[in-house]
Design a protein around this ligand. Structure first.
Ligand code: HEC
Length: 220
């Protein structure tokens, strides 16, 4: 009798402790029975495990494959992601197609006729000013007069930095009629002695700068 009582209390204490383990709280996800019944396995879009036996030691699946095998045998390259249709062109963040005019005189002529996709709002001009000051002002000068510090040459910490030759004075008559498309093209590919800035300045920011340059040309 005594033995049965002791055994019973041991079983009760053990089951109480066991049930305590089932409680889920803020920091405690609780214990789950057969979690792979209700948590689906996450698939990686590009990287996949094609070895069917990977993780067989933890396998609980009936199909005999390892737990870690996750490639898709029906898709190209066994990816989980589908490949895009042929000739798919990646667009910029705001849905524009990439700039495709070539870096030659024909491309520049075509660019002359492009119109700026952005509206002339105060915000666009302000952002254009910000990017002009970051990428252009040191050569072309605050007012686009071709008199930036790099164009003139400066002395920094006692070291002379020679002037950058031939920086265009965009306030000059020769440039009065250049279009925003022309400026966009020149920023993209550079021209003559000016280097390309296409890899550093996004297409949208180039259009903003082009607007700002035109406004600088018109200001006194
Ligand atoms: C390292 C100095 C330098 C920087 C930076 C620079 N430019 Fe230039 N830019 C030049 C020089 C030099 C020329 C003259 C090119 C030539 O005719 O050989 C020029 C010419 C131009 C022209 C006239 C092109 C034409 O049709 O002849 C435009 C427009 C222009 N730059 C705009 C910009 C803008 C906008 C930026 C900023 C994104 C910029 N540049 C940054 C040096 C620079």
């Amino acid at each position: 009798m005594r033995l049965i009582k002791t055994l019973l209390s041991v079983v009760m204490v053990a089951s109480f402790l066991f049930l305590l383990g089932c409680k889920a709280g803020v920091d405690n996800p609780g214990k789950e029975f057969a979690p792979n019944m209700y948590h689906s396995v996450a698939y990686e879009p590009l990287s996949q495990i094609t070895d069917q036996s990977a993780g067989t030691w933890v396998n609980s699946l009936d199909n005999g494959r390892g737990e870690y095998f996750n490639s898709n045998q029906y898709n190209p390259y066994r990816m989980n992601l589908r490949v895009p249709p042929p000739n798919t062109v990646k667009r910029t963040a705001n849905g524009w197609l990439p700039y495709r005019a070539l870096n030659d005189t024909t491309g520049l002529k075509a660019a002359d006729k492009l119109s700026n996709p952005l509206d002339s709002t105060e915000a666009v001009l302000l952002q254009g000013k910000f990017y002009y000051e970051s990428y252009c002002q040191h050569c072309h000068g605050a007012k686009a007069g071709g008199d930036g510090k790099v164009a003139q040459g400066v002395k920094i910490d006692g070291v002379d930095h020679s002037s950058y030759p031939g920086v265009a004075n965009l306030k000059g008559d020769a440039y009065a009629n250049i279009t925003e498309g022309h400026i966009f093209h020149v920023i993209t590919y550079g021209k003559g002695l000016m280097g390309a800035h296409g890899s550093q300045v996004s297409p949208e920011d180039r259009w903003k700068i082009a607007k700002y340059v035109k406004s600088l040309q018109k200001s006194k």
